[in-house]
Design a protein around this ligand. Structure first.
Ligand SMILES: Nc1ncnc2c1ncn2[C@@H]1O[C@H](COP(=O)(O)OP(=O)(O)O)[C@@H](O)[C@H]1O
Ligand SMILES: [Mg+2]
Length: 244
């Protein structure tokens, strides 16, 4: 489906581009009944594959609700990330593919969080809806690293923390992010967090090396352009070095 087709509104038919179809509303209703969500505030981000909303739990905690679009054709491209992952035997088609994708993001997030990586804390998931804790910065949703302006020495601290997290990811959690860049790092109160881990794969996955090198290349490009002295080789060495 082309972008234009997605945006055409046909009176009397559901808007194809929206995330709030009947099934998704039922999932949200269920999550509210189970006391995960008190109310949904407003959208933080609208992407091709997902929309993220700010929400509040009954205890008053701020949440980020990521709703994967059921109507997207883009998910088909991601079969290859699920195939080859020993944790997911069945890839599924259509909606099931999207549900598996959501489950995969939740599992990845959980595994990374359990290894104390800087990722949002996962709360729960159901079908195409994933709930995690909201990352904040100065009272609002945390901005992307690409949108914050930092002094060079502060960016060096961010770089060090990102690399330390990647090291834990590879060595302890045994996961490769697979889409890491300044677009998937949030800046929350001076600390970087890695987000958007749906495409992340275990280090045993056939695509792990390729994805690892792509992440390294993105990090090297961004941080060196910012003015830090780094290269892909330096990043690989830092990530792979043994703990002292
Ligand atoms: N836990 C979170 N806390 C705050 N903002 C978030 C959180 N998760 C996602 N976001 C926001 O939503 C955007 C989209 O989320 P992301 O997981 O990157 O999905 P995608 O890039 O596939 O749309 C992010 O760029 C970020 O601005
Ligand atoms: Mg993203």
């Amino acid at each position: 489906m082309s972008r234009n087709e997605e945006e055409i509104y046909v009176p009397g038919r559901k808007t194809i581009d929206e995330v709030f179809d009947k099934s998704t509303l039922e999932v949200l209703y269920d999550l509210m009944n189970k006391d995960y969500v008190e109310y949904v505030d407003y959208p933080i981000s609208t992407g091709k594959e997902a929309k993220v909303f700010r929400a509040v739990s009954p205890e008053g905690e701020l949440l980020a609700i990521k709703i994967m679009r059921l109507s997207t054709s883009i998910f088909k491209e991601y079969r290859k990330y699920i195939e080859g992952d020993y944790r997911f035997k069945r890839v599924g088609r259509g909606r099931n593919l999207v549900y598996n994708w959501t489950r995969k993001e939740f599992s990845n997030l959980k595994r990374m969080h359990e290894h104390s990586m800087n990722v949002p804390e996962p709360v729960t998931f159901s079908k195409n809806v994933l709930i995690m804790k909201l990352l904040e910065h100065q009272g609002v949703a945390a901005p992307l690293l690409k949108d914050v302006h930092l002094e060079l020495d502060e960016m060096k601290d961010i770089y060090d923390i990102v690399l330390e997290n990647y090291r834990i990811s590879v060595k302890k959690a045994k996961m490769i992010h697979g889409d890491l860049s300044e677009y998937n790092i949030l800046y929350s109160e001076g600390v970087p967090y890695l987000i958007d881990v749906s495409q992340s794969v275990p280090t045993s996955h056939p695509m792990a090396d390729e994805l690892f090198l792509r992440d390294v290349s993105n990090l090297s490009r961004y941080f060196s352009k910012y003015g830090l002295e780094t290269t892909e080789d330096i990043i690989i060495k830092t990530i792979m070095e043994e703990e002292s």
